[in-house]
Design a protein around this ligand. Structure first.
Ligand SMILES: [Zn+2]
Length: 347
């Protein structure tokens, strides 16, 4: 009898442990870094792909239809959508743009940005910054997020060129000059470095004269669908206040402005705010000319709107997944702090 009892006990213990383990692995991560962050974007996913992002974006809209809206700004050469998520009051008088993944291998930032957005959605009514709830902040400033500007390139960096569907593109990709393995890919699927393709000092430095894994500015400015998509969004804004662009690596914040007037003051204000948030080092690009055709040059010289290029991470790209939580913690509040700068002072 005693033996049977022990056996039953053992079986019970085993079953309970099994059940616990099963629920633990099935249970979504709803809290991270000590706060509610939702269960849509999986932070354990070590290779956050275009299709993961697409699924999550659609789930955002389904779960939070009153807060967000999704649109495609265009399609890439390999027919992936360039998604843009709008968060907050669509009729707000001010807007900011936040984006990630313009350089293929810097894709960890896409997941980081998506998780940051989900954190706002989960805590929309209760989360606060500087005496205002998120709802109040995003009621005054609409946020436009392009979480993955270069989905074809990200696909190449994550899976190699076999995941490129178009045969002609694949053929051309095989012949392109490459710096390192496909993991290190930076350009889009046409071998154009998108952050050299904007219409501001375009082609000043032609690191590459032909399509390559990095450094080629394209046949002409705005030749690429991804560049056109970003420009289309910028053009539509009625009162764009700032643009934050996540890159990797170096833990730096590039910023700049033309002249010494208000534009510089405003640009510095944004840069300082981001520095306070993530502790990265400021680099003033006002007096340098950069590579040309970069989005920062376009904002500094043409739009004269505050811009920061935030370089996350330390090691070579693609960044390792173990860096995710540190980068997320340092940058998760960048959006609220940027938007809050342009809110009316609270009485
Ligand atoms: Zn970059």
């Amino acid at each position: 009898m005693k033996q049977i009892n022990t056996k039953i006990k053992q079986t019970l213990v085993f079953l309970i442990t099994l059940a616990l383990l099963l629920t633990m692995t099935a249970a979504p991560v709803t809290s991270f870094a000590g706060e509610k962050t939702g269960n849509i974007v999986n932070i354990k996913d070590k290779k956050y792909s275009y299709s993961d992002m697409e699924t999550d974006l659609k789930q955002f809209v389904k779960t939070y239809p009153d807060i967000v809206a999704l649109e495609s700004l265009g399609k890439t050469a390999d027919k992936r959508k360039i998604y843009c998520l709008r968060m907050g009051n669509p009729k707000a008088k001010k807007q900011i743009i936040v984006q990630a993944g313009i350089h293929a291998r810097e894709w960890l930032n896409c997941q980081m940005l998506m998780k940051s957005v989900e954190r706002y959605l989960v805590n929309y009514k209760t989360g606060k910054y500087n005496k205002m709830t998120y709802e109040e902040i995003f009621d005054q400033v609409t946020v436009y997020v392009i979480p993955m500007v270069n989905p074809d390139g990200v696909t190449i960096s994550q899976y190699g060129i076999n995941k490129i569907k178009n045969k002609t593109l694949r053929k051309k990709l095989k012949k392109m000059k490459r710096y390192g393995s496909y993991k290190r890919w930076k350009a889009n699927a046409r071998g154009v470095d998108l952050n050299r393709n904007f219409p501001a000092s375009w082609g000043r430095k032609k690191a590459e004269k032909k399509p390559a894994s990095q450094g080629y500015p394209g046949k002409k400015a705005k030749s690429e669908k991804e560049t056109q998509a970003v420009l289309k969004l910028i053009k539509r804004m009625s009162n764009l206040k700032a643009c934050v662009n996540f890159h990797s690596r170096g833990e730096l914040i590039y910023w700049g402005a033309v002249g010494n007037g208000t534009a510089r003051k405003n640009a510095y204000k944004l840069a300082k705010t981001i520095k306070k948030t993530n502790g990265y080092k400021l680099v003033d690009e006002s007096k340098t000319y950069g590579a040309g055709g970069d989005l920062e040059r376009y904002f500094i010289a043409k739009k004269k709107i505050p811009y920061v290029c935030v370089e996350t991470g330390k090691e070579n790209c693609p960044l390792k997944h173990k860096s995710f939580s540190g980068i997320y913690k340092k940058n998760k509040t960048v959006i609220e702090k940027t938007a809050r700068l342009y809110c009316k002072p609270k009485k």
